[in-house]
Design a protein around this ligand. Structure first.
Ligand SMILES: Nc1ncnc2c1ncn2[C@@H]1O[C@H](COP(=O)(O)OP(=O)(O)O)[C@@H](O)[C@H]1O
Ligand SMILES: [Mg+2]
Length: 383
């Protein structure tokens, strides 16, 4: 078992609040990814879970037991550091054996377990080497193997792939995901890389400035970003975000901005300032006149092509729309001249609406007309 409950955890360093009131449940067997930009508090949060750093306030539970004040070595959690933290003077075999020998496991069991995990991560041929005689990828495997020897309740990993080159990172990412499935153990994994998060996580906790921005499955974060920040952080090329105004006319709810016109649904709404989000892959490019200038539903953006970038598999066409530069991904066979006047279309289901003042997602419901997604650890906001 390995179920972690974080309740209102905070940590400050002098005047910096690195982790700000985070409550989160990591279910047994979850691969939870703590995701966010550099400096958002991921490492601080993971170190508190590991017991390497005391929270300023809040509590931590592991399988129903309050471990807030329990020393790290009694927590039954294994940590893999970004730097791997191997003992340079010990062989790989001794590095792997170390967590067991300090627990006075008998020598026969130690060698059996070392051989087992070495097989599991494919380093059996490296057991007699010293860390300096290994490549970066091999050291990374040794660090993971050392975490595995003890069969802890959860594995904690802080950017374990960041020192590997791109190709090795992709391969290791798949191996870690497979390892997680095979062990069925709880993983808490820190990264700033949204692709790692999307591909490995069963659940993502997105952090921003020490606070939880959104918690959900990779699909939920991608398909229904709960805030402007989440929409902007997840996805590459990045989500287009435009300032716009929500209002109703002729019984329909509309979104307007310079060069932008969108008809959403039937209904009434008070006017409000919003941010409209549209992913580049959800826009399509048309010559003017080939589509209705005023859409009956969905969005039509009028713009001018500024730049076409060849991304290999497809192209990214940058268009000037009002004061914004909007990216559209489309097949490379489509030829768009720079300076051409174009219409960018998107269907209603692909429009993301956010309140301009709070940055939170607006969701259409029958009653009340619009509800605002609360941040994970904030009280619900009513509109
Ligand atoms: N030991 C420390 N002393 C002072 N400030 C710290 C310390 N550790 C982290 N911080 C600050 O806390 C914030 C979060 O840091 P960190 O948890 O390392 O972020 P991340 O891992 O997401 O990059 C940063 O502003 C960082 O400068
Ligand atoms: Mg960090």
């Amino acid at each position: 078992m390995g179920r972690l409950v974080l309740s209102q955890l905070s940590r400050s360093f002098k005047d910096v609040t690195a982790v700000d009131n985070i409550s989160l449940v990591v279910e047994d067997g979850d691969f939870l990814v703590l995701l966010g930009p550099s400096g958002c508090g991921k490492t601080t949060l993971l170190r508190m879970i590991a017991g390497l750093l005391e929270p300023t306030s809040g509590t931590l539970e592991l399988d129903g037991l309050d471990i807030t004040d329990l020393p790290s070595r009694h927590r039954d959690l294994a940590m893999v550091f970004q730097s791997y933290a191997l003992y340079p003077h010990l062989s790989v075999a001794k590095n792997l054996a170390f967590p067991l020998t300090v627990r006075r496991t008998n020598r026969h069991d130690v060698s059996r377990r070392v051989a087992e995990v070495a097989d599991m991560v494919d380093i059996a041929h490296l057991l007699e080497r010293k860390p300096r005689e290994l490549s970066g990828g091999q050291r990374q495997r040794v660090a993971v193997a050392r975490a595995l020897v003890r069969e802890p309740k959860a594995f904690l990993m802080d950017e374990p792939l960041s020192n590997l080159d791109a190709k090795l990172r992709t391969a290791t990412r798949q191996e870690l995901a497979a390892l997680h499935r095979r062990l069925g153990a709880t993983f808490v994994y820190v990264t700033h890389d949204q692709v790692e998060a999307m591909t490995m996580a069963t659940k993502i906790a997105l952090l921003n400035g020490g606070r939880l921005e959104q918690v959900g499955t990779p699909d939920e974060l991608y398909d229904r970003p709960a805030s402007v920040f989440a929409a902007g952080f997840m996805g590459s090329p990045a989500t287009n975000l435009l300032d716009a105004r929500l209002s109703s006319s002729n019984g329909a709810i509309t979104v307007m901005a310079p060069g932008v016109e969108a008809v959403l649904w039937e209904g009434e709404t008070p006017e409000r300032e919003i941010v409209l989000g549209i992913r580049p892959e959800h826009l399509s490019l048309h010559a003017p006149g080939s589509v209705a200038a005023a859409p009956t539903s969905g969005a039509a953006l009028r713009g001018v092509v500024e730049l076409c970038e060849n991304l290999g598999r497809e192209q990214l066409v940058h268009c000037r729309v009002g004061a914004h530069r909007i990216g559209v991904t489309c097949p490379r066979e489509q030829r768009w001249e720079e300076g051409a006047v174009v219409v960018l279309g998107a269907s209603t289901e692909h429009l993301h609406l956010f309140d301009r003042a709070t940055g939170r997602r607006l969701e259409w419901r029958a009653e009340p007309p619009l509800t605002q997604h609360a941040a994970p650890n904030e009280p619900a906001l009513s509109v």
